[in-house]
Design a protein around this ligand. Structure first.
Ligand SMILES: [Zn+2]
Length: 68
């Protein structure tokens, strides 16, 4: 059974960070934020309760420190 998620309906939402108009559409990769800066600012508080944002720029290799 293939249940593809329904396409996002384009609408204008309120940006959670700056409160301005944000285009909630598939073309807006920062949705529901209006821009990248707003997304980054709010990411910390946001991710703790609703984790739906994939880690953007984490390099797992840089986190490897072998304890020996
Ligand atoms: Zn904003």
């Amino acid at each position: 059974m293939n249940e593809a998620p329904p396409p996002i309906r384009e609408t204008i939402v309120k940006c959670p960070t700056c409160g301005g108009d944000s285009l909630y559409a598939q073309s807006n990769v920062f949705r529901p934020f209006c821009r990248e800066a707003c997304k980054n600012i709010d990411l910390g508080a946001w991710a703790s309760e609703t984790f739906r944002v994939p880690a953007p720029e984490t390099d797992p290799l840089s986190d490897l420190d072998a304890p020996n």
